[in-house]
Design a protein around this ligand. Structure first.
Ligand code: NAD
Length: 463
């Protein structure tokens, strides 16, 4: 699988990093000086954050190749992502060159924020091949891609977008600026008026969003949130109650304040006062760490982007036993930033979680899975001794190797060793004792023969 990135600025670099980290080979073309260094910085940042969204390790990253021409970049691509500047003349030139050299069945997607497919396709060799796949910055973390264009091309595009961990939002009717940016434009216009009229500063507007509705939007969006605002009577009641206020002359959404030098200076000065103490790099780091933590927070309740990440985890989980140094691999994952404590390393409670996940892998492999628990049997942990040997840092990939001791009646003893995957340093060890339980009495009991023999088989496999 190979993706071609044409234009590796803020957006193209983000696409390239996402494709590569999801296991695709990536070829890149960008004519500007310094594009490669800028891409490498984005890729390094993405390596720290994207893998941390998941509970299992991602496939090996794909190979990244820099090309000197569009022709070489697209020759073998299955997906081509155009992220050149937002000017039709440039995009037309780029599409003509791409289509002269790319496979006819490749998806050719544009990152354009504003143009519709019918505009992009004018004069094209194969118009239907060109669709819009509009992402959000940072592309390697935010999982939305708005897809607009030919139905057949989109049918081929959707599974690829899903494969790289994104939600393909198919917009059935083309419209300038698609859906999400129209929405942002409305908010942006209102914010400009609030600053222009001296009602609020840039910081006050940001606070209105981040302390309030911004947190709601990330998990329930607009309509589901408003449904709750209508109380038990729901959406109908909400619209009856608040609908008439739309007639009030509150907003100036159809107008834009004139962007005079004074207004631009006011906004820039307020923004400097608000955020000037931090570099763009500092702010990007904070943004990415917060995004990882927020998306991860949505996983347990299967909401929004969290539910999407859970689906990818299901794809990544190993359904059969795998071995490393002749030992059973029970956890292989990247340490997420929200597991870090004030010392800058993984909090001790998370070691317990890693070893608990390791035990769950053993139990799943021997058939004591969720269905078995529902049928009335389970294992409870009754003792666990953990040794912390070395610091475990966020962004590191770790592997947990587990030795299964002979099953003694109702008892199962597991010895775990958590190692840093890059150099095999032992970070922590644990000795864990589990007891088989009859869930109807919640008392210890002998495991059924199929579980006992599956455990014996696993133990012999590691020997
Ligand atoms: N910045 C955003 O937040 C954002 C979000 C979604 C979509 N987009 C869209 O993505 C596209 C790229 O935006 P960006 O913000 O990454 O811009 P950018 O200026 O950061 O990057 C554009 C890149 O294209 C390169 N380039 C210039 N001419 C080229 C050519 N002929 N062939 C190949 N590459 C060429 C430039 O060297 C530059 O690296 C635009 O269409 C924009 O609307 C931007």
């Amino acid at each position: 699988m190979s993706a071609a990135i044409i234009g590796a600025g803020v957006i193209g670099a983000g696409w390239g990093a996402r494709f590569a980290l999801m296991g695709w080979d990536v070829s890149i073309y960008d004519p500007s000086n310094g594009a490669r260094e800028r891409f490498e910085a984005v890729y390094a940042t993405a390596c720290e954050s994207l893998p941390a969204l998941f509970e299992h390790t991602l496939p090996e990253p794909g190979k990244i190749t820099w090309c000197d021409s569009v022709a070489d970049t697209v020759a073998n691509a299955r997906w081509i992502q155009e992220s050149a500047p937002e000017q039709l003349a440039i995009k037309y030139k780029v599409f003509a060159e791409i289509q002269a050299h790319c496979p006819e069945d490749a998806v050719l997607a544009s990152s354009t924020s504003g143009f519709m497919p019918s505009e992009l396709q004018k004069g094209a060799l194969r118009p239907e091949q060109i669709i819009v796949a509009h992402p959000f910055n940072p592309v390697y973390l935010l999982p939305l891609a708005e897809l607009v264009g030919d139905e057949n091309t989109i049918a081929r595009a959707k599974p690829i977008i899903e494969e790289i961990g994104m939600h393909p939002l198919h917009i059935k009717q083309e419209i300038e600026a698609h859906i999400a940016d129209r929405f942002l434009e409305a908010v942006w216009r209102e914010a400009l008026w609030l600053v222009n009229d001296g009602i609020a500063t840039t910081e006050e507007i940001d606070n209105a969003i981040r302390y309030g509705f911004g947190i709601r939007w990330a998990q329930m969006g607009l309509f589901e949130t408003y449904r709750l605002a209508g109380g038990d009577e729901g959406m109908h009641h909400f619209i009856e109650q608040f609908g008439p206020t739309l007639e009030f002359p509150w907003t100036k959404l159809m107008d834009v304040p004139e962007l005079t030098p004074e207004l631009i200076k006011r906004i820039a000065d307020q923004s400097d006062a608000q955020s000037g103490a931090y570099s763009i790099r500092d702010l990007e780091r904070v943004r990415d760490a917060n995004l990882v933590s927020m998306i991860r927070a949505l996983k347990p309740r299967q909401y929004g982007a969290g539910a999407l990440m859970n689906k990818i985890d299901e794809r990544l989980v190993n359904s059969s036993a795998s071995y490393h140094d002749d030992q059973l691999v029970t956890v292989h994952r990247t340490i997420p930033v929200d597991w870090m404590d004030y010392n800058g390393h993984m909090n001790e409670s998370r070691y317990g979680q890693v070893f608990s996940d390791a035990a769950d892998t053993v139990l799943r492999l021997c058939g004591a899975d969720e269905a078995y628990v529902a049928s009335g049997g389970s294992f409870f942990t009754v003792d666990c001794h953990i040794q912390y040997r070395n610091e475990t840092l966020p962004g590191e990939t770790v592997r947990c190797l587990t030795v299964i001791a002979p099953l003694d009646g109702k008892k199962l003893k597991l010895s775990h060793e958590m190692r840093r995957a890059s150099d095999e340093t032992v970070l922590s060890t644990a000795e864990q004792l589990l007891v088989h339980v009859d869930m109807s009495t919640r008392k210890s009991s002998l495991p059924p023969s199929h579980i006992a023999s599956a455990l014996t088989e696993l133990r012999e496999g590691q020997a």
